[in-house]
Design a protein around this ligand. Structure first.
Ligand code: GTP
Ligand code: MG
Length: 351
């Protein structure tokens, strides 16, 4: 496994003590006062090992999982047509996508018949297996770092999707692994965008290369990559301005940025991370399609899954667009980014 990915996995496994307390904040904020002594110790403990990963996925996906209502679907006494109908409805309203849902249902019915499954709990276990198989076809690990020079990650997406925040969280994660990080302030368009990234750089202990507001983003990227090469930085995270996928000139600008990065550092960007707002549901799918055509997206970070019931869209993105989801955002805090784990995701979703 690539060492960066391995590092990320270790970072997750260790849990970072107090950091995990913050990672579980979406839940803990509400009943803050109740979390004392042993209870707090238990939360921190959730950060370790495989069960920790699962617990944190469950916390982040609580709303989606609740909205899917699969506990009720599988709560009856037998496997019958009514169960399959309720399941189909739950998956479609849960943003899993029509195509994926129909394929899943067909497979599940066949298995139920073939294995004579009468028990809803057993059928639910089959669903977990089928879904896990569908999404584990993809490698959710970050692309490997080059033999020489920095790993360059270009971050793209529509306005407000969570690009800059995700860069801040990623920078923090890499720094925790002892990697040197440089962030490139390629959003020269929105007022305050450079300052926002500078704050994240300071919080995470990353360097920043910035240009003038209103300047050419491609020039900022070029300078950033040259600086990273001169300093021997391990990772460069490139922020870009949010853009609507329907605006052609802006999408073309992204193409130019990508080409300039490749000129400054042959082979780069090694990863084009498309940040999608999880609360957008099926809209995220059309964004993914267009950005994929222009920039050659290599992975998706799906944000804001803590505040939405539409987490099922992860499955649609992977299964219908064949794009690997590599990270999920489950809060606004610096620790609230999870390397995507298909098995844990499905278990957290289905319950
Ligand atoms: N709850 C929650 N909020 C998030 C998450 N990720 C980002 N946000 C919030 O979403 C808002 C927009 O985030 P930004 O990182 O500024 O988004 P952006 O894509 O850089 O936006 P532009 O630069 O304007 O295109 C901020 O208020 C973030 O705190 C997440 O995983 N969960
Ligand atoms: Mg931004």
């Amino acid at each position: 496994m690539d060492y960066l990915v391995f590092g990320l996995a270790i970072a997750v496994a260790l849990g970072f003590g107090v950091g995990m307390y913050f990672a579980l904040r979406p839940e803990s904020v509400e009943d803050d006062e109740a979390i004392q002594g042993d209870e707090q110790a238990a939360i921190v403990d959730h950060g370790s090992g495989r069960s920790g990963v699962l617990e944190r996925f469950k916390a982040g996906l609580a709303r989606t999982s609740q909205a899917l209502g699969l506990a009720a679907v599988f709560g009856g006494g037998r496997v019958d047509d009514a169960l399959f109908e309720a399941l189909e409805e739950a998956l479609i309203t849960g943003d899993v996508g029509v195509r994926t849902t129909s394929a899943l249902l067909a497979e599940l019915k066949e298995r139920a018949r073939g294995q004579d499954i009468q028990d809803p709990a057993a059928l639910k276990a089959e669903l977990v297996t089928l879904l896990s198989q569908r999404i584990s076809r993809f490698d959710s690990a970050l692309n490997p770092a080059p033999a020489q020079g920095p790993l360059v990650i270009l971050v793209v997406g529509v306005n407000g999707a969570g690009k800059t925040t995700t860069i801040g969280k990623l920078a923090h994660s890499f720094r925790q692994q002892g990697r040197s990080v440089l962030v490139a302030a390629g959003d020269t368009f929105r007022a305050g965008a450079i300052e926002q990234l500078a704050i994240w750089a300071e919080r995470s202990g990353a360097e920043i290369v910035r240009g003038e507001e209103g300047g050419d983003p491609a020039a900022v990227m070029f300078n950033a990559l040259k600086a990273a090469q001169a300093k021997g930085c391990d990772v460069v995270l490139c922020d870009t301005a949010g853009r609507l996928q329907a605006k052609k000139p802006l999408m073309e600008e992204l193409g130019k940025v990508t080409r300039v990065i490749g000129k400054a550092c042959p082979g780069a960007p090694h990863e084009v991370l498309l940040v999608l707002d999880g609360t957008m549901g099926q809209n995220a799918i059309s964004q993914a399609r267009t950005f994929g055509e222009v920039t050659g997206v290599t992975g998706v970070a799906l944000t804001k899954l803590d505040g939405t019931a539409r987490g099922g869209v992860v499955i649609a993105i992977m299964d219908e667009l064949s794009m690997p989801v590599k990270f999920i955002g489950v809060g606004e805090g610096i620790e609230d980014l999870r390397p995507f784990d298909g098995q844990a995701f499905v278990e957290a979703l289905i319950g």
